[in-house]
Design a protein around this ligand. Structure first.
Ligand code: DGT
Ligand code: CA
Ligand code: CA
Ligand code: ZN
Length: 576
């Protein structure tokens, strides 16, 4: 899967064009941005598409004309795009990383380069320390503060990437290994198997007796940009998506032990090993051994846990948060599964900033196996998302009513909105309009920088309105981009309980909000949860797996999640 590599280059090209400032730049910038979006959200593998259908298949993608298709082909064939290489030579500046600093766009980054010779994050840090930036026209002390905060946040991430980028890449490599004929089994381990929201590196394990050949195959994969270390049993490579990947070749008779060990987490392993030691055993990545060094178990994870007096536990639980004790007592909770999810409670359409019509969304939802979705478009104050007013919703719902009649009970579209919670806690649509809906998601999208008390009051007021069904992405964070806003979550959970408002687990890999630990905290209240992908195009509805992974990391069972219910039950619940 090389989609992200190509999308990243196109976005970087858009940035480089932006600083060139030529007359028709705007048009080109948009074209590259649009192409980046198309490729990054594409369901199919670009490489597959090209191999099966040639450049023509690429040109059928939205926003990809002949010129861009040629660039994609050039990249697939040579691993480079000449035009991009030229641009990078002309501007030897690490725009990609500089523009990840909050508040620093390409234009500003370019000025820092021209006036202060800032080429990368290191230079930016120096310039900030010497207070050189506040002196520049149009920057000031506020910019300095903002860039400093942004830098601290970036350093905290230290090269971690989203699970939503890492897991598909790992799975695609695993798929190629499995098809290579060189391995008996290949699987993803590490934090990606545990569905952690970000991953530091990818870990792949293979069972094979052809170690050398496997390594040859692995380092030559097109996803790989550099070999970091190559060894007979472990090889580490840099992937083009900007994360390293460890591949370990494991002996058949210790595969289970290796899977257990390399799935982690480290803290979980330490606890499990302590139990092994207490029983007079030794546990490592090769197996479980007795005092005399005789192998007791190694072939399967299940067996190792069993020999240690524990139930096998799902990887998502292995974070040393009490799961080891529960597994010893045989009291592990039943966790929700993807197959139990029957609908998607947060979706958008072309009526606002989505890319697909409601008909297309329904068609895809049915293909996934859903029985219902909530259509929840943005509201008028959110102008960048083309939010709708009361009239707009009235008109749109007529269309949805007609669609529901055609669906004849086989599938249901719940009429809703993702209504903005305004600065003072009021809702962005009038009561009559909100009352006409089946499912109201209330979200904060503006004025993030309020004091904690004010933000808490704002949200609690919205939940107390009696017009809201679920609090959308309750902490407002965007992974690797923006921290959550300041808010007293206990007060929010209390208000949710008091008003029978559900809490969203936003499954979009850029959000994952509520996250695992907040789900655990919220579970102490009598609240329900709702899974929503926040889909802005059909493909995004496939993000549900990340929401389910997060719910499982928060130890959540199906019973407290609204959209594991049958359609009739949800209808009953909503029409209360
Ligand atoms: P990441 O890569 O930072 O997202 O997190 P992980 O959990 O994938 O960590 P990674 O890649 O360093 O190592 C993979 C697994 O290997 C880890 O979850 C547990 C195991 N492991 C690594 N180092 C140690 C260690 O020092 N002790 C123990 N017991 N296990 C370790
Ligand atoms: Ca890892
Ligand atoms: Ca690793
Ligand atoms: Zn939203």
């Amino acid at each position: 899967m090389r989609n992200k590599e190509i999308a990243d280059i196109f976005s970087e090209m858009a940035q480089l064009i932006e600083i060139e400032d030529e007359p028709n730049a705007r048009f080109k910038i948009r074209a590259y941005q649009k192409a980046a979006l198309t490729i990054s959200t594409l369901q199919e593998d670009v490489e597959d598409l090209y191999e099966k259908g040639g450049p023509k298949a690429l040109m059928e993608l939205p926003g990809i004309g002949q010129a861009l298709a040629e660039k994609i082909v050039e990249y697939l064939k040579t691993g480079k795009i000449k035009k991009f290489e030229q641009m990078k030579k002309e501007y030897p500046v690490d725009f990609k990383n500089l523009t990840r600093v909050s508040g620093l766009g390409p234009k500003k980054a370019f000025r820092l380069y021209k006036e202060l010779k800032v080429r990368d994050l290191e230079d930016l840090k120096n310039a900030l320390e010497k207070h050189k930036i506040q002196g520049l026209e149009g920057f000031g002390t506020r910019s300095e503060e903002q860039f400093k905060k942004g830098l601290i946040m970036l350093e905290g991430q230290k090269g971690r990437i989203l699970l939503g980028d890492g897991l598909p890449a790992a799975e695609s490599i695993v798929g190629k290994l499995n098809k290579s004929g060189l391995v008996e089994e290949a699987m993803v381990a590490g934090s990606a198997r545990r569905m952690r929201e970000t991953v530091g590196d990818l870990d792949i394990l293979v069972l094979s007796s052809k170690g050398e050949k496997v390594m040859d195959f692995f380092v030559k994969l097109p996803e790989v940009s550099d070999i970091v270390v190559r060894g007979p049993t472990k090889t580490t490579v840099m992937l083009r998506i900007g994360v390293t990947c460890d591949l370990r070749v494991i002996e058949p008779n210790s595969f289970g032990a290796a899977v257990q060990y390399f799935t982690g987490s480290k803290d979980h392993n330490v606890q499990v090993r302590t139990i092994a030691i207490g029983m007079g055993y030794k546990l490592n990545e090769y197996g479980l051994f007795d005092r005399k060094g005789k192998l007791v178990s190694a072939r399967s994870e299940h067996d190792i846990y069993k020999k240690l007096g524990m139930e096998w536990m799902p990887p998502e639980m292995r974070e040393a948060r009490g799961e080891v004790k529960l597994a010893q007592q045989g009291k592990l909770p039943k966790l929700v599964e993807l197959a139990e999810v029957k609908g998607d409670m947060h979706t958008h359409t072309v009526e606002t900033d989505g890319a697909n019509t409601i008909e297309e969304m329904v068609e895809e939802a049915r293909r996934i196996g859903h029985k219902y979705i909530a259509t929840t478009n943005h509201t008028k104050s959110l102008q960048i998302a083309k939010g709708m007013n009361e009239k707009g919703f009235e008109r749109y719902f007529k269309k949805v009513d007609a669609l529901n009649r055609r669906l004849d009970g086989k599938f249901r579209v719940f009429k809703g909105a993702e209504v903005d919670v305004l600065k003072d806690g009021s809702l962005d649509l009038d009561d009559k309009c909100l009352k006409s809906m089946d499912w109201v998601v209330a979200s904060v999208h503006m004025n993030y920088n309020m004091e904690k008390d004010a933000m808490t009051k704002r949200i609690v007021k919205a939940l107390d309105s009696g017009l809201v069904n679920v609090m959308g992405h309750p902490t407002g964070r965007e992974l690797l981009v923006r921290e959550q806003y300041a808010v007293d979550l206990d007060k929010v959970f209390e208000a949710a309980e008091r008003n029978g408002v559900a809490l969203e687990i936003n499954a979009n890999p850029q959000r994952m909000d509520l996250n695992d630990t907040n789900i655990m905290a919220a579970s102490k209240y009598k609240v329900r949860f709702a899974l929503g992908t926040d889909a802005h195009r059909t493909f995004h509805m496939r993000f549900m797996r990340y929401g389910v992974g997060t719910a499982r990391r928060g130890w959540l069972g199906p019973d407290r999640i609204i959209n594991t219910m049958e359609l009739r039950k949800v209808e009953g619940l909503i029409s209360r």
